[in-house]
Design a protein around this ligand. Structure first.
Ligand SMILES: CC(C)(COP(=O)(O)O)[C@@H](O)C(=O)NCCC(=O)NCCSC(=O)CC(=O)O
Ligand SMILES: Nc1ncnc2c1ncn2[C@@H]1O[C@H](COP(=O)(O)O)[C@@H](OP(=O)(O)O)[C@H]1O
Ligand SMILES: [Mg+2]
Length: 221
């Protein structure tokens, strides 16, 4: 079986379905985690946010944003935002699964959606929101070489940080916080291998860690 089919089977096992529908009503956002195979290796596409945005300006994130009333569900939001931000046509995304949501510092319930895209996809960054688009080998997020972690007072999840030197641009990208956690999560679940550093969840029941963090955040709202 080829790598894409193997990864799809691995990831689908973790689809959350409606597990989090019990949560109180809160503002929702989704991100699309676009993965593709290049040279037999998995890669992930990321963006650098415009320095002019009101929130998280100049930070690395995945294409995504807040839910609109016309969105049917979290997948719709992720695909709509990816179209708006990097010109990715929804029909060019093979949606694989919806993973564990995370409540961010603004109190948004952020749901990650993983989808395969074509290696040949050329992003068209919308300059109002995105200043750069770049790709990273997914396995980078399991390696300790460029990784560090530090605890943050009052939030349950440790804060992971990576510095990625992008050979195609010569630039260094700082990937941290929520986006780094999601990249680690997808790297681990897709490859079925734990990282070289401690991450707080395991492969048998990753849901437990994310569920615990969400319940902790909700209890403090
Ligand atoms: C998907 C968002 C939460 C909402 O999208 P929008 O701002 O409407 O485009 C997006 O803001 C996002 O992905 N934010 C996280 C970016 C990130 O990981 N920054 C690194 C550090 S900040 C952090 O980890 C915690 C946080 O933002 O709560
Ligand atoms: N054309 C534009 N020019 C400037 N800011 C824009 C914009 N379109 C969207 N934004 C802002 O970009 C942020 C991300 O939007 P989205 O959720 O659609 O990804 C939102 O800000 P806030 O996150 O501060 O509300 C939104 O207001
Ligand atoms: Mg956005």
């Amino acid at each position: 079986m080829d790598i894409k089919e193997t990864v799809k089977i691995a990831l689908k096992k973790y689809d959350v379905g409606d597990v989090f529908s019990y949560l109180p009503v809160m503002q929702k956002a989704s991100v699309l985690i676009p993965v593709f195979v290049r040279g037999g290796e998995l890669h992930v596409l990321m963006t650098l946010r415009s320095p002019h945005l009101k929130s998280n300006a100049g930070e690395v994130c995945f294409p995504g944003g807040k839910s609109d009333p016309e969105d049917q569900d979290e997948v719709d939001t992720a695909l709509r935002e990816a179209k708006e931000e990097i010109g990715l046509p929804p029909e060019q995304v093979e949606v694989v699964c919806k993973l564990f949501p995370i409540i961010n510092k603004r109190g948004l319930l952020v749901t990650p959606v993983v989808g395969f895209i074509e290696e040949s996809f050329v992003a068209q960054a919308n300059p109002a929101e995105v200043s750069e688009v770049f790709t990273v080998p997914l396995d980078f997020f399991r390696q300790k070489a460029a990784h560090s972690v530090y605890p943050v007072p009052r939030i349950p999840e440790p804060l992971h940080s990576f510095f990625y030197s992008d050979p195609s641009s010569g630039k260094q990208q700082h990937i941290w916080g929520l986006t780094a956690m999601l990249a680690i999560l997808v790297a681990v679940l897709a490859t079925q291998k734990m990282p070289e550093f401690n991450v707080g969840f395991d492969l048998d029941n990753p849901l437990a860690f994310f569920q615990h963090n969400i319940d902790l955040r909700i209890s403090k709202l």
